[in-house]
Design a binder for this molecule. Sequence first.
Ligand code: GLY
Length: 372
Amino acid sequence: MANYEVDMNWVNETWEKVSKKMAKVAPEVGAGFPYTTKDGKYVNEHNASWWTNGFWAGMMWLMYKQTGDETYRKIAEKSEEMLDDPMQDFNGLHHDVGFMWLLSAVANYRLTGNELSKTRGMHVATLLAGRFNPQAKFIRAWNGDKIGWAIIDCMMNIPLLYWASDESGDPRFRQVAMMHADTAMRAFVRPDGSCNHIVSFDPETGDILETPGGQGYESGSSWSRGQSWAVYGFTLSYLHTGKQEYLDTAKKVAHYFITNLDETGVPAVDFRSPAGDDMKDSTAGCITACGLIELSKAVPEHEKAIYLRAAMKILQGIDKHCCNYDENEQSIVQKGTEAYFSENGIHIPIIYGDYYFIEALSKLKGNDVLFW
Ligand code: GLY
């Protein structure tokens, strides 16, 4: 395949719009856990343990890395401190401690070497490893009666464990992460490259009991954000371990995702929902674009264009169809969808759309500090 040149004019112009908007919005919002936008303002209607509560800090660290502006660093640090309360709330925590603390404390540690942030990261990594079921070999997702439930999203949480092994020299964290990733390859990824969102295992034997539809259309369909977690997550597991099967799996799920995009570049909420529905999820696009950019760095030279070209199609599609650069309104990426059957969460701005859009742009601008 011929070489592919990223359109750096587009990248730089888009970054300028984002950067100008964030310079106004970040001090307005200050420290906290914004989630969506109502009446032009970021709001959060969730509790302190909500899985998305690290994304704002992550956005601030990305902006700080790219601009050096101390305003962003201060907001990120304060937002990280605000996560100390939920860290004590053992019953409120879940496997998404990866999302929450990789982008807050661990990002801080990676960029500044802050020892307290490292301790926070090691603390929650230990908690995540403690959710591993050694018999059935998966990390338990949620609490309550969902003892045998694992979800594809966890592929983005296990980089916390790779980081903890690298920092401590203790291989147990990486071993747990790899056993979970091996289970995910077997139980979540289907032969055609599509993925289950949820797998319910027998927690004693590891047998698969059922594969509930989760946030997608139905069991057996293809929820695009679940696909996006798989694209980026398996790529990350490959980057952290060098295990070839993870790279092969990342490529397989990426090929499925790319093939199912329409001409807009903005993914459907579910790639196997009934024909004719026009529901989109921009967040799945932003996440996948980040995964594809990393994948393009991991494959041989002659394959890179496949993934970079697809990442650009998605990002430029999101820019054209979903982005709001108006500085009087706080969120950037519109048209995110929480779940196929969500009551109030269809075609709304969601914080992780903004986070991954900014992460993708910063990667294209040369930022090589991986927060995952
Ligand atoms: N991790 C939940 C979601 O992707 O909506």
